[in-house]
Ligand binder design. Structure first.
Ligand SMILES: NC(=O)c1ccc[n+]([C@@H]2O[C@H](COP(=O)([O-])OP(=O)(O)OC[C@H]3O[C@@H](n4cnc5c(N)ncnc54)[C@H](O)[C@@H]3O)[C@@H](O)[C@H]2O)c1
Length: 263
């Protein structure tokens, strides 16, 4: 029960494969109270109400690119909890150019802006809303989910690579402000390829998933293990970890070559 008494908001649970879904389940198992949120359109497609029932959590819709929706989400969550939150998970990603199969050498820039807004700027907007409403307790914890394409080239990941670089940079820069003002930590977890709706949207995902699995000495980290890591980072056991991009990838990021792949 390492999250006993803690209150958190979890963005991005679409269905049972979502990383955020597993995080929500683990947080509640560890004693946290949570509010679930997702974009209104995703809530119609998804199964979030099942999760809400299971976690005894309200669902407050919010398009994470809308400051108005975010303000409403944090105000209503604080009303529900009777106080500020202790942790927030940003588990949101979507690329319009990837969805529409646009080559990296022929990107549509309006779509690119939408991609950045949804996948990265929404993280800044969330933290700015928290800042303005003073919505998080001292020693709170904010997490975003990233991918190693922020540092290395994975051609099919396209403009999501730049989205993740931006996301990780926002974690560092806002981590300074929230850390100085309130001892709040901000980190990103760089997760292995995971079989989710967003993951499978990337071309050749299955082949790449298998490649990463073989390259990593421990194999790809599953969503359930990512949820365990999130719980630790929301807990008081990691109070001085901040402004970091933390690889949760079975060792993939440190490997150069693995003989298992050549065989
Ligand atoms: N699946 C992978 O291989 C993998 C690897 C590393 C990092 N990640 C990251 O993990 C996070 C979660 O993705 P996932 O793999 O669980 O997939 P997912 O498809 O289950 O989750 C993505 C979520 O983003 C939400 N979303 C999209 N637009 C939104 C908006 N405007 N406002 C609010 N929410 C919005 C979707 O509704 C969905 O719930 C993403 O940041 C993703 O980039 C995924």
């Amino acid at each position: 029960m390492i999250l006993k008494g803690k209150k958190g908001i979890i963005f991005g649970a679409l269905d049972q494969h979502s990383i955020a879904w597993k995080v929500a389940e683990r947080c509640v198992q560890e004693g946290a109270q949570i509010v679930l949120t997702n974009a209104p359109v995703a809530m119609r497609m998804g199964e979030i109400n099942k999760l809400a029932e299971q976690c005894n959590a309200p669902v407050i819709p919010a398009d994470a690119t809308s400051l108005e929706d975010l303000e409403n989400l944090f105000r209503k969550s604080m009303e529900h909890f009777g106080g500020k939150v202790d942790f927030v998970l940003h588990s949101i990603g979507m690329s319009v150019n990837v969805r529409k199969n646009k080559a990296y050498t022929d990107l549509n820039y309006e779509w690119m802006q939408k991609t950045f807004d949804v996948s990265a700027i929404s993280f800044h907007k969330t933290m700015q809303t928290i800042w303005k409403l003073d919505a998080i307790n001292d020693w709170g914890s904010i997490l975003g989910l990233s991918y190693i394409a922020a540092q290395r080239v994975f051609p099919d990941y396209s403009e999501m690579a730049e989205s993740k670089a931006l996301l990780e940079s926002f974690a560092r820069s806002f981590g300074y402000h929230l850390g100085t003002a309130k001892n709040v930590r901000v980190n990103t977890i760089s997760q292995s390829p995971t079989m989710t709706t967003a993951g499978q949207g990337v071309k050749g995902f299955k082949e790449f998933f298998d490649y990463a699995d073989k390259m990593s000495p421990l194999g790809n980290a599953p969503a359930e293990a990512c949820a365990d890591y999130c719980v630790v980072l929301f807990s008081d056991l990691t109070r001085y970890v901040t402004m970091q991009n933390l690889f949760h990838d079975g060792g993939f990021s440190t490997m150069g070559m693995n003989p298992a792949l050549i065989q």
